[in-house]
Design a protein around this ligand. Structure first.
Ligand code: BES
Ligand code: MN
Ligand code: ZN
Length: 501
């Protein structure tokens, strides 16, 4: 992360320099503190709005360089539309938009967290700050040159968010900052190329979580062999890089309380293996570990805000490569569960990784629920595009909670079906099951059915297919990078709303 962004909260006071950001509604109304700070410039803003046909629509912005009557170098008016209808995720968006409007050279900015009806509540000001933090992220560690015409960026950017009660806003922001950091950690992992981030290196980086009080254990190949994780090991056997499983435990809840469990697909690179993928776009498969990245980021978020929950994160880290030692179509592997799998397509590798990690998670931790995240199928992108993640769930209550948490955070999920009709497609002539359904149709569902065979029906379980949302999502107001960090805010909210008592 190369955004040296410093965010502080302060009182409403007309800024003496830098960029000044204010909010208005769709009737061009400002709050009282904003009106006061504008002073004689109120009239200027009204005239500029008219000239620019600025109507205060949600997300629209009016920019005035060197505004007469103010000491600042630039005034930016951001529209919020109908202020009474703003939801928490809208404050996040407004924070992102405000930050996005700052010229690159900006070293100082003041944002008035005020709506026409008065100052924003502390939590909303904190959401604003979180949105700015997320938007400021850039992944440029491999850029050694500046483009011609690009201005030099200041070493650090100081942004003051003016609020009624700076202490209260700061307190509300502390957990938001931990969650934002979790999202950014996940983005970094997704953006990192596979020559740098291979299973062992990913495992090493999870070691940073120890500083927050998370217990991190790594299973190496020998340990996995002993456990019988042959489905996972089969995927990694063609790679020069060794496979790993990482187990991250955060115990912020009651002693002895069953943990909630999050499981991530961590295919650090997916060539498809012997069933090799076409060349076009294959570079994107460096992001095939977005599920694992989310789990690592989520663990950071939970521990960072000292969540009152026992949580365990498990990630299966492999690289899927073609090789003389690679797994072949037709091979039969015995998973840790004892069930045998006939490999039909070595490119359907994510489910093989999840099969063993999910089984292990259930056996070892007897969790309250299990949620797995995986960039599992192209088929889910065909179905839902890049907006919603696909959700497959064996429990209506968990599904509803995930849906709501999605609406609150903007990381939305759409429930997809499970059913015996689809399950038949993965029966095998030679083994207990095969790893693909044979036909392309309903590919995201047959993949989910496969995973379901490694979940006992008593444990509430949700599978989130994030192939469309984990990376290359449409550029949003709170993310301009490739990796999205999708799922960190969603699952943090799920935990906060329902499992921290
Ligand atoms: N990692 C891919 C799925 C994927 C595709 C993720 C595009 C993100 C963007 C997965 O391992 C895969 O290759 N799935 C195959 C399954 C098929 C062989 C049954 C697919 O979707 O084509
Ligand atoms: Mn694949
Ligand atoms: Zn894959």
């Amino acid at each position: 992360m190369s955004d040296a962004l410093k965010l502080d909260f302060g009182p409403f006071a007309a800024p003496a320099r830098g960029v000044f950001v204010i909010f208005c509604d769709d009737r061009l109304k400002f709050g009282p503190a904003t009106v006061k700070a504008l002073g004689p410039a109120n009239d200027l803003v009204t005239r500029a709005a008219k000239a620019e046909h600025f109507t205060g629509k949600m997300g629209a912005a009016l920019e005035l360089p060197v505004p007469e009557g103010l000491k600042v170098s630039r005034l930016i008016v951001v529209g919020v539309g109908k202020a009474a209808e703003l939801k928490p995720k809208d404050f996040l968006k407004l924070g992102g938009i405000a930050l996005g409007k700052l010229p690159g050279r900006t070293a100082e900015a003041t944002v008035f967290a005020e709506l026409p009806a008065g100052p924003m509540r502390a939590e909303h000001a904190a959401d604003l700050a979180q949105g700015a933090r997320l938007r400021a992220y850039v992944f440029d560690r491999y850029k050694t040159k500046r483009k011609e015409g690009d201005e030099e960026k200041p070493k650090s950017r100081n942004i003051v968010i003016a609020v009624r009660d700076a202490g209260a806003a700061q307190r509300a922001y502390v957990p938001c900052e931990a969650v934002a950091k979790g999202s950014l950690i996940a983005r970094d992992l997704v953006n990192e190329p596979a020559n740098v981030l291979y299973p062992e290196e990913f495992a090493r980086r999870t070691g940073n979580l120890k500083k927050l009080g998370i217990a991190v254990d790594v299973l190496d190949v020998a340990a996995m062999k002993k456990l019988g994780m042959n489905a996972l090991l089969g995927v990694g056997q063609g790679s020069a890089r060794e496979s790993r499983v990482v187990i991250m435990r955060w115990n912020g809840g009651k002693k002895g309380d069953a943990p909630v469990a999050f499981i991530g697909k961590g295919v650090c690179f997916d060539t498809g293996g012997i069933s090799i993928k076409p060349a076009a776009g294959m570079e994107e498969m460096k992001g095939d570990m977005a599920g694992a990245a989310c789990v690592a980021g989520l663990m950071h978020a939970l521990a960072g805000r000292k969540a009152k929950v026992n949580a365990v994160g498990l990630i299966g880290l492999v690289e899927n490569m073609p090789d003389g030692n690679a797994q072949r179509p037709g091979d039969i592997v015995t998973s840790m569960s004892g069930q045998t799998i006939e490999i039909i397509n070595t490119d359907a590798e994510g489910r093989l990784v999840l099969a063993d990690v999910i089984w292990y998670a259930a056996q070892r931790f007897k969790p309250k629920f299990m949620i797995d995240l995986a960039t599992l199928t192209g088929a889910i992108i065909v179905a839902l595009g890049h907006e919603y993640a696909g959700m497959f769930c064996n429990n209506d209550q968990l599904a509803e909670r995930l849906r709501k948490a999605g609406e609150e955070t903007g990381e939305v999920v759409w429930r997809m079906p499970l059913g015996p009709e689809y399950d038949k497609q993965i029966d095998s002539k030679f083994a207990d099951m095969k790893n693909t359904g044979g036909s392309r149709w309903g590919g995201a569902i047959t993949a989910a059915q496969f995973i379901k065979r490694f979940v006992d029906d008593k444990t509430p379980w949700a599978h989130l297919d994030i192939a469309g949302t984990g990376f290359d999502s449409r550029q949003t107001d709170i993310n301009k990078s490739w990796g999205s960090g999708w799922g960190v805010r969603l699952l943090d909210r799920l935990v906060a709303d329902y499992y921290e008592k």
